[in-house]
Design a protein around this ligand. Structure first.
Ligand SMILES: Nc1nc2c(ncn2[C@@H]2O[C@H](COP(=O)(O)OP(=O)(O)OP(=O)(O)O)[C@@H](O)[C@H]2O)c(=O)[nH]1
Ligand SMILES: [Mg+2]
Length: 253
């Protein structure tokens, strides 16, 4: 793959974005020999499990904005994203100057704020090829309605960020007994339909069935990767899927 490959790691709060940025980055380094840089775009975190080559917290942090501008955590996150947007040219230049084959880009848990304020702009200014990994907590995907909702969110990211998105089921070590079920929901529409009807009530059934009906038409053809950022399972599969998506999209530079 031409360098650099930018992997923007997105997902709902606590889905394992920081953990996967770290463990998949390490896996790529150790197993493919490519150099990996780590970019932290989450101004709200106290700790990240990697040593950032670029850290947005050098510019601002949620804690400081809350204190200085007397805002709550979400108001401060919006303010932080506005600052990201205002300084996007300078910040993306600094990220582009980092020499690495792969850049793992960790993002805030308040995904919608990042997407609507600055995320698209910064993704658009990165040199190289940019893909996003959308992390779904496997514990949510155990239910057909949860999986349907998560896939819909993945599509919104595709729309909001404007780059190809790979859906990644993380924390599979926590759902070992349910993995076959999840697999079947992903590949067998009729099975998924039945599960939705079993699980849901009233108006939810129609909504979930309606969404699950259109999803196959809209979802990218790529398989969903199943990984554990904790145990390291599934990293080869994720890397293979990256290749598939990359080849399907051609050279995106
Ligand atoms: N069992 C298990 N736990 C995981 C896995 N990935 C992450 N975790 C745990 O899930 C919690 C959240 O992980 P993070 O990596 O901080 O998640 P995040 O998406 O970066 O969280 P925010 O940035 O706060 O939104 C931590 O306790 C991790 O140890 C996994 O694959 N398996
Ligand atoms: Mg994080």
């Amino acid at each position: 793959m031409p360098r650099p490959l930018n992997l923007i790691v997105l997902g709902t709060a606590g889905a394992g974005k920081s953990s996967l940025s770290s463990s998949f980055g390490k896996w790529i380094q150790e197993n493919t020999g490519q150099s990996v840089a780590y970019i932290n775009l989450d101004p709200g975190c106290d700790y990240v499990p990697f040593e950032p080559d670029f850290d947005i917290r050098e510019y601002f942090t949620i804690e400081r904005i809350m204190r200085e501008e007397k805002l709550g955590p979400n108001g401060a996150m919006i303010r932080a994203s506005e600052r990201l947007k205002e300084n996007v040219t300078q910040l993306s230049r600094r990220i582009n100057e980092i020499e690495a084959d792969v850049k793992m880009i960790d993002t805030p848990g308040q995904m919608e704020i990042f997407l609507f304020h600055g995320g698209r702009e910064i993704a658009g200014l990165m040199s190289g090829t940019t893909l996003s990994l959308f992390l779904i907590d496997a514990q949510i995907a155990v239910k057909a309605t949860g999986l349907t909702f998560a896939q819909l969110l993945g599509l919104s990211i595709n729309l909001g960020l404007g780059v190809p998105t790979i859906n990644v089921l993380n924390k599979i070590d926590l759902v070992k007994d349910e993995l076959a079920n999840i697999e079947q929901m992903l590949t067998d529409a009729e099975f998924s339909r039945k599960k939705i009807i079993d699980e849901s009530r009233g108006v939810m059934i129609d909504l979930a069935l309606g969404i699950s009906k259109v999803l196959p038409e809209l979802l990218p053809a790529a398989r969903i990767a199943k990984v554990s950022a904790k145990t390291g399972e599934g990293m080869i599969e994720l890397y293979d899927i990256l290749h598939e998506v990359f080849c399907a999209c051609g050279d995106l530079t």
